[in-house]
Design a protein around this ligand. Sequence first.
Ligand code: CU
Length: 299
Amino acid sequence: MMFQMKGCKAVRGLAAVAGANLAVAFLSAGAAFAQAADFVIGAPRPNQMGLPYPVTPIAREMNFFHDAILLPIITVICLFVLALLVIVVSKFNEKANATPSRTTHHTGLEIAWTIIPVLILVVIAVPSFHLLNNQLTMPNADMTIKVTGNSSWAWTWTYPKDEGGGFEFQARLLDQDTLAPGKLKLLDVDNEAVVPVNKTVRLQVTADVVGVIHGFVIPSFGVRIDAVPGRLNETWFKAEREGVYYGQCSKICGKDHAYMPVVIRVVSEEAYKVWLEKARKEYAQTESPVRVADASAAR
Ligand SMILES: [Cu+2]
């Protein structure tokens, strides 16, 4: 009875710690929100804790999954195992326990330490599969952009003609020796990709056939997908806040792996139209051969 009461107290203590952890996670998310009242700079901040500020439904679901489900479970398990270790070390050493028990089996305990981890995994699996399904199910997209990790360690952005584009351009890291004030080191590029806010964007991601595998990542969008030569991978995002969002190639792809950031600027629909008009003229010399197929024709 005494042991049960002690155990109960310990569980309550663990729950309190997990709750505090959760509160910290939510507070830090709130701080990011307050900091980014108007325009989000989707880049890492000094002393940042937690995941990047989420601006898409998928990224929010990822943050929830991490902050509200994984983190508390991990915290409770770590503290539980630590408590067991402390008990074992303090109670069952030679001095404190000179004549050890000869017990080698305990059926109830063995069933419990098999079943409980399985239940924990099931609890994790349900929201995990839900998230995975949402990531992989393509919604009806408002627009399409093709991104190619090219063999000169830069990203080529292609805006299809059918959707008002018909051009492509390369985004290259700015010269780090002549970086203008306010520009982010190893993140800002010469030509940012631009998309309208609150629109579902289908991203088709690939890499040069003569190149290597790259990893296309925008943490604030919850987007992470491989850019593989000869394969057209597909993902999507719907950015709900204007801002400029940064990511970096996440595959160890070659000598300039560290110098090929991904930058997307999310603007209002009017600003996007203005940019599209300007970009069409600016990048006209590199007209894109990409056309978006009409999906209804294939049905
Ligand atoms: Cu790369």
